[in-house]
Design a protein around this ligand. Structure first.
Ligand code: ADP
Length: 264
């Protein structure tokens, strides 16, 4: 969107001509608007769990604690909301560290199969409860050079979304292979899918297709923004394809390097 908003900041006339300095106010205004939206979103996201924690704590103190069942139910809500708050703050800190380029990558050669298996281990209960099938197609000797902790974070976010947004009995697939001079990794599910009009925005901070559903699942709305940044700091690319009611596939590509031992 081009808006004619160039304003001369100062002008100077000299004997041989005019010098003018222009500032592109459109870009400045756009950045300012993004900053305002972000602060408003963060405030809203923080306010919601705090309001809930405060409300349930007050009701307990007003006498609800005398009924043990009600007491337990309200304490569980307070605990869940505190966990959500903690996750939100930790995601926000991660995002700000990545965006301010303060993130130091500690790259190592890692086995993709063991890394993915260790992530899946933390989600076993959810997978079992939803009776989902997991299909791993990663060669045993498939290694890539990445920061293992950051790479784990990418797959925690992608796989927990795949499980959350897929109905019971569905399927989640993870695959990895070499394609010419690239490593390709895929996380696919047979879930609810993402409408085409939402697809371009899902990597934005706090963007959710279905706010109520996403909140109920305990998400912060920051997961994919973090994934995109982490992929980019590894000089990789992320691409998403989706069909409503059929499923979603995230494809990650990274420039391929050779382990040192192979070069010798
Ligand atoms: P959230 O914490 O809400 O899951 P994310 O940034 O991880 O936030 O994802 C943003 C939104 O993208 C989600 O709210 C959801 O609407 C959509 N989404 C992400 N992954 C999937 C998926 N695998 N299937 C369907 N929708 C998804």
């Amino acid at each position: 969107i081009l808006e004619a908003s160039f304003t001369p900041m100062w002008m100077e006339t000299s004997g041989c001509g005019v010098v003018a300095v222009f500032h592109d106010l459109t870009a400045i205004r756009r950045l300012e608007q993004l900053r305002k939206d972000f602060v408003a979103n963060v405030s809203h996201e923080l306010k919601t769990p705090i309001t809930s924690i405060r409300g349930f704590a007050e009701t307990l103190l007003d006498g609800a604690h005398q009924d043990p069942a009600v007491c337990r139910e309200f304490l569980e809500i307070i605990l869940d909301e505190s966990i959500r708050l903690q996750r939100l703050i930790s995601d926000l800190l991660d995002l700000s560290r990545i965006e301010s380029k303060k993130l130091h990558l500690n790259k190592k050669w890692v086995s993709v199969q063991s890394l993915i298996q260790s992530v899946i281990k933390t989600m076993e209960d959810q997978i079992r409860e939803k009776e989902m099938t997991l299909d791993l197609n990663i060669p045993e000797d498939f290694q890539i050079e990445v920061d293992p902790d950051r790479f784990r974070q990418i797959f925690i976010n992608l796989l927990s979304n795949a499980i959350t947004y897929t109905s019971p009995g569905g399927k989640v697939m993870v695959a990895a292979w070499n394609k010419q001079d690239h490593w390709v990794l895929k996380v696919a599910d047979t879930g609810i899918g993402i409408p085409p009009e939402d697809l371009p925005r899902i990597f934005e901070r706090f963007y959710r297709v279905d706010k109520a559903r996403a909140r109920a699942s305990g998400g912060t709305g920051l997961g994919l923004a973090i994934v995109k940044h982490l992929v980019e700091v590894h000089d990789g690319k992320i691409h998403v394809e989706s069909e409503v009611g059929k499923g979603t596939t995230f494809t990650l590509t990274f420039e391929r390097k050779q382990p040192e031992t192979e070069e010798k």
